[in-house]
Design a protein around this ligand. Sequence first.
Ligand code: SF4
Length: 359
Amino acid sequence: MTRKRRVAFPRMDNYNVALNYLVETGLDCTCVMAPPMTRRTLELGSKYSPDFVCAPFKYTLGSMLELLQEEHVDVLLETGGVCRLGYYGALQKQILHDLGYHTEFIDLASMGKHKARGYYDVLRRINPDASIPKALRALKDGVQAVRYIDAIEDRVRRDRGFEVQRGSMNAALDTFLAELSAARCRRALDCAYRKASQTLDNIALNKPEHPLRVGIVGEYYTVMDEFGNHNIERILAYMGQGVEIHRWMTFTHRNLEYNEQADLALIAPYVRYSMGPTTSATLAAALRYAGAGFDGVIHVKSFGCTPEVDAMAVLQNISVDRKLPILYLSYDSQTADAGVQTRLEAFYDMIDMKRKKQS
Ligand code: SF4
């Protein structure tokens, strides 16, 4: 019997669960899951990264190095992107090569314009014997798994600050992710989602009619990666009487359902052109939160992220025009938990006082 090829990719928060499904059921390979991000991941990545790169480069390089140091990996995948992320795969491949790792490296950014042909070639490189219909079915299911993850996380984000039994929503999320991870067919995916929805329905909440509401906006990777943003959603949710947290930026919204023209129309009073991979979405989300009467917005980005630096000047204008408090958080490898915590506490105090003054 031939050994299954071992496929890995850098950690991407909870979406790894969906990629695991795709590799195991669609490509007939063994998925080697990267360990959760820790300080060590970041230190490893920073050690071998050029100083000026943005933090996602360091996180993903550190994650790949941990995988290669601890596991046998046949194929390592790196994603592409529309900012300089598109060049990162090539650079990371060179760094790993210079460090003596010669694992097959597939850079999805190098697929060129013909995406369908590119994906077909990638599939053949990973497993020449993989069945195309089976891979397509698994891809469809994997996309559904991503939608499920985003839907469950959205509920948890909104309500975890108000649970009667502290930690019950996080526990439900962990169980859901474990079940999704073990699923090997669409029925099991659907079942895990239904079960998690019911569990969340049954969790007792002590939620006021008009809770404080905060929208999180910003750069794709840092905004979604809990370790990378130092758990701001969890920390803020539990402050004071609880905070309802919203975040538009998810894989589902940005990659599966995105309508950039609609966002550009919304932000037209502030900008005339698309400004980068997530900038229009960041500005549009901030305007929607302002329109819905949110108490504040937190802008999250990696240090040196050019598209989101551009967004900040426009956010200042939105903040003044719409009287919307905005906290700006910029992360690099030196960012410490205590600094983030202090700034969140100050922000919470400010929006809480503002709300009390208004009522
Ligand atoms: S969006 Fe910004 S932080 Fe993210 S990869 Fe691109 S430049 Fe780096």
